[in-house]
Design a protein. Structure first.
Lengths: 114, 113
């Protein structure tokens, strides 16, 4: 079974803080993704990574950056957290871009920015 | 602009009856469609998919129908069970490019015992 884990289930931060969200997958997947889920908006792609050190912007990258130094780990960074970044953050992984494999999701991190 | 739309935010169905969840898309390049189910405090889990070369795919109690001319797909759950109560997301991808998924806004299904 594919396992995608996220470092925290719940996180509370203050405006202006730098925030790191970590995601780890254990199936040697090439692709990893960060989404945020908001009521009425569904899942929106923030960033994705084809492979180690490779990243691409998704639909809503503003205010975020990412890091993928190792294949199994994909980090989402909020350089200066703002209240409008309060959301559920979901990480996903997929075997590769060349297959139509499904994406496997982690349990999510609910981030609150005060 | 939302390329995948789920116009019903919620649906309530009696246990044992059929649940029908609908999804519309605008991008004619989409050729692969998926449904995910999400329970509270968990990540979405894959449920069923369909390629555009088919118009129906069945897996147990779950059937997905695709109408390419109408750019519409639906998920049928028969019979519905209380454990099916969750948020259902429709997603689509195109063959070219990164094969990334575009998600709808979700429909919350409540199955009443």
């Amino acid at each position: 079974d594919v396992k995608v884990t996220q470092s925290s289930r719940y996180l509370v931060k203050r405006t202006g803080e730098k925030v790191f969200l970590e995601c780890v997958q254990d199936m040697d997947h090439e692709n990893m993704f960060w989404y945020r889920q908001d009521p009425g908006l569904g899942l929106r792609l923030i960033y994705f990574s084809y492979d180690v050190k490779m990243k691409e912007k998704g639909d809503i990258p503003e205010g975020y950056s990412v890091s993928r130094e190792k294949k199994e780990r994909f980090s989402l960074i909020l350089e200066s957290a703002s209240t409008n970044q309060t959301s559920m953050y979901l990480c996903a992984s997929r075997l590769s871009s060349w297959t139509r494999d499904t994406q496997y999701f982690g349990p999510g991190t609910r981030l609150t920015v005060l | 602009d939302q390329q995948v739309k789920q116009n019903s935010p919620s649906l309530s169905v009696q246990e044992g009856r059929i649940s029908i969840l609908n999804c519309d898309y605008t991008n004619s390049m989409f050729d692969y469609f998926l449904w995910y189910k999400k329970y509270p405090a968990e990540g979405p889990t894959f449920l069923i998919s369909i390629s555009s070369i088919k118009d129906k795919n069945e897996d147990g109690r779950f059937t997905v129908f695709l109408n390419k001319s109408a750019k519409h797909l639906s998920l049928h759950i028969v019979p519905s069970q209380p454990g099916d109560s969750a948020v259902y997301f429709c997603a689509a991808s195109a063959a070219h490019g990164a094969n990334n998924l575009f998600f709808g806004t979700g429909t919350r299904l409540t199955v009443i015992p």
